[in-house]
Design a protein around this ligand. Sequence first.
Ligand SMILES: [Zn+2]
Length: 374
Amino acid sequence: MRLPCAWLLALVSSASTPSPPSTPPSPPSTPPSSWRRVELHVHLDGALATETLLVIAQRRNLSLPLAGGGGHRVPRSAAEIADLLAATTPAWRRFDVVNDIVGGDAAAVRFAAEAFADRQRASEVRYTEVRYDPVRLQSSAYAPGDALTGDAVVAAVAAGLRARTDVVVHQILCAMRGSTAAACADVAALAARAAGRARGGVVGLDLAGDELRYDNAAYVSCFVDAGALGLRRTAHVGEGFGNLSSESSDMYSALATMGVDRVGHGYAAGQNGTLNATLVGLLRSRGVHLETCPNAALREEALQPGVFRSIAAFREAGLDIGLNTDDPATYFGNCSLASVEDIARDQLGFTDADITAAYDRACAAAFGECPPRS
Ligand SMILES: [Zn+2]
């Protein structure tokens, strides 16, 4: 395949960034079975390096705003993109910058997925499920003429994940709080159409977004129906955004009504280290895995003191928990699974055996086929 000139120029200017494949991918191989890390909760648009965003922006000739005003131009360095992201507040709006750089263009989406798979390989992650909002990646405010269907977005992500044949990464599609029940149903239908256990395929549905403003009510039927479609389901609930009462209710409805197989975060079940007997009883009776994210919980202490200690309480109670980065990019959580392990070990009392057990439990709770550890 001959690469377009823009790709070549961008790659020359960013030697550390992974390059797109020049040949069709080889048949999948198996990552080293000695790699113990398994990650089930990480966002594609929360994990992209500024170097990756630079390659995509230059290749697409995207004119981005300059940090601090002063107009727009095609970025000349990763630092320029880092400055734009740093100047974008509140921090969650940085997701818009990332999605507007990547969205609407199949080659860009594929390249982002390849870069993500490279990141997981570099972190020695044996199995990953990466999640994203397929609606948000269909368009770009920086390139209003570009557009993809949801199916094209999913296909581009799959192509990127499959291009890296020595890592196992699957997709989870996120329905977003704040969108309508019909929009949730559309994402569920897309997930069902694209579902497949082959590497890179869609293996589940998630509910993400602003839990504080949008509770579960609008999405309960969508998730029940998604179960009838055969989809495995997880949801961001009980995350610790500042309203323990409503977040506990969300977690209850997710477990008791929506039928989730896993919970993203779920700190409401152990606020301040005190276990909520009702929620913990449901977690145990239904065998639900908690996708904990210690680095994110540490940052959420500012919003809801006590969320971080919940993870130690979960470990002490022997609950089914895993360890994840959530949004590891430098301009979000600025973390890695290695640094998450340090937090768990140094601040939450995890032993090395606890960390290994968390990864093994995540492997057992995977929606796709998690390769066994040696
Ligand atoms: Zn998350």
